[in-house]
Write a protein that binds this ligand. Structure first.
Ligand code: N7H
Length: 502
């Protein structure tokens, strides 16, 4: 296993100054509380009261390491050591109200917000912002998102109670509370479609260790402002402009306007995408069952082809150490070989050498679209310029086998379930928005006719998916709908003091 936290002196990241969810709260219970501030003075007073409770990346990382050690020593996981965490992030309107210096220099997509960029994300018709849950149908209202996370539901309520006291004492309005919980056993760690999630995460050089073999250690500047990125360029700084010379292409043209540097206080901060994604489990299951019967295959195998992993999380690609006779795309290899789900195997695969044509993992499968790894195009260096840190959690009730699909109709709370998707990156344009627009929603990425991401692509009512081997092109409906979302900024702990005016 690699020690990615080590890095070189240039990779040093001050974990005490970074909010903790960037390294991953990993809690069974979380809530997202969306706030509206009345005026600058009361917003700053609220922030001053909250600031001592904000958990740093150092605390969360230390706790997570200790938790792992204690669990390995004692076995089992329940109740060994526990902690509750609090973080806060702001929308552009929230930063403006707080009087954040030079806020106008923040990137355009962040200033506009997710709803205003719905067209480029494919959030139209059933995913259009006009259909989003309040208050996200009026996005300027949402000034801040507080994230609370605890091991137990009781502890989460205690944290929420403390937050509520502070909210009420400072004339802050709570607009909405969204609750996320991991699914009950035996589905813990699995999303509502039944797949194990949270397996493949990049390590952040200078901050987190890679916990699994085959997991890339990515430059901190891909996730945090003010650090070298994968190309060695400091995130948030304008790219070096090389003046064109006579004879260079474009010499006669007017050069593009220089890109300003982000304000100093953004250093050690990160942009956060919050997206409430509703999952129509009935429709997904019905599609997989009907298509599998048509193609003469097992529903579980077809579902795994759409995802790129088996529901257990086992890879569909062959991984080192798996016996040669085993074909991981024919049946879940972890049934016979549970070790394939261990840290040394579960993420240890690439695509280009062994599976360029997608016979094992189709090129449009969710995990391959969202992270093509070494696949050409786009190639590993380019793939690694579009990595995100996923920190989401499921919401909603358990699906009952007798439930029908949503059929485009509004869904009552008892049947509303999905993912509170959260991800961190130093540039939303290059991170989440790029993935959604340029790869996931594009049927010709990575190659002509590969199809749409069957899980999260938006925009088109009829989507297609090319299944090599079966030589089938599957027409798919949509099973994931955007029902709310916003872009936020998670400032450093030092910047929180600046924003609080202290
Ligand atoms: Fe996805 N799911 O639970 O079914 N995702 N995702 N995702 N996703 C992944 O490898 C899922 C969403 C990525 O490095 C797994 O950790 C669902 C969005 C990326 O190999 C599973 C939803 C975006 C990866 C799911 C959803 C991404 C990934 C396999 C929405 C970004 C890592 C487990 C309802 C735009 C790929 C794992 C890699 C993996 C699910 C949303 C991105 C099971 C249900 C919006 C980068």
């Amino acid at each position: 296993m690699t020690d990615a936290a080590a890095g070189t002196p240039q990779d040093h990241v001050d974990a005490h100054n970074i909010q903790g969810d960037l390294v991953g709260f990993n809690k069974d219970n979380q809530c997202f509380v969306f706030l509206h501030f009345t005026d600058q003075a009361s917003a700053r007073a609220f922030l001053t009261s909250l600031e001592p409770n904000i958990s740093s990346a150092w605390e969360v990382r230390k706790f997570n390491e200790l938790y792992k050690q204690v669990r390995a020593k004692r076995g089992g996981s329940k109740g060994i050591i526990e902690a509750s965490w609090t973080n806060i992030a702001f929308s552009f309107s929230g930063l403006q109200l707080l009087g954040a210096p030079q806020a106008e220099l923040l990137p355009g997509e962040f200033r506009d917000g997710m709803a205003a960029r719905a067209g480029e994300l494919g959030d139209v018709d059933l995913s259009a912002p006009t259909t989003w849950r309040a208050p996200f149908d009026q996005p300027q209202q949402v000034h801040a998102m507080v994230i609370l996370a605890s091991d137990s539901a009781d502890d989460l309520e205690k944290s929420y109670g403390r937050l509520k006291e502070s909210v009420d004492a400072h004339q802050v309005t709570e607009l909405l509370r969204e609750n996320g919980t991991v699914r009950p056993e035996p589905h813990k760690g699995h999303e509502h479609f039944g797949f194990k999630d949270g397996i493949s995460q990049p390590g952040v050089r200078g901050l987190t260790r890679s916990s699994k073999d085959g997991q890339d250690s990515i430059a901190a500047g891909e996730f945090l402002i003010g650090h070298p990125d994968q190309d060695g360029h400091v995130s948030g700084q304008p790219p070096a402009v090389v003046a064109p010379q006579p004879g260079d292409p474009g010499y006669e043209q007017t050069p593009p306007p220089p890109q300003p540097a982000l304000p100093d206080w953004t250093r050690d901060g990160s942009f956060v995408v919050y997206r409430r994604l509703q999952q129509d489990v009935g429709a997904f299951n019905a599609f997989v069952a009907a298509k599998a019967a048509e193609l003469g295959t097992q529903p579980e195998r077809l579902g795994a082809k759409l995802m790129g992993r088996w529901p257990s999380g086992a890879p569909m690609e062959h991984v080192p150490g798996l016996p040669h006779g085993v074909d991981p795309q024919a049946a879940d290899p972890s049934v016979e070989h549970p070790e394939v789900r261990s840290d040394s195997h579960v993420n240890s695969f690439t695509y280009q050498q062994a599976d360029a044509d997608g016979q094992n993992v189709p090129r449009a499968a969710h995990i391959r679209k969202a992270n093509p790894r070494d696949e050409e195009p786009p190639g590993k260096p380019e793939s690694n310029r579009h990595r995100i840190l996923r920190r989401g959690i499921p919401y909603g009730t358990e699906f009952q086998q007798t439930e029908p699909g949503y059929d485009g109709q509004p869904v009552a709370d008892g049947r509303d379930r999905g993912l509170l998707f959260v991800c961190y990156q130093s540039s939303i344009a290059r991170g989440f928005a790029f993935l959604q627009q340029a790869w996931v929603n594009q049927p010709d990425f990575p190659q002509g006719g590969d199809g749409h991401d069957p899980i999260i692509s938006q925009s088109v009512p009829e989507r297609s998916f090319t299944l090599p081997g079966a030589e089938a092109h599957l027409a798919m409906h949509r099973w994931v709908f955007t029902t709310a979302g916003e872009y936020f900024f998670s400032p450093s702990l030092t910047a929180l003091k600046v924003l609080a005016g202290s």
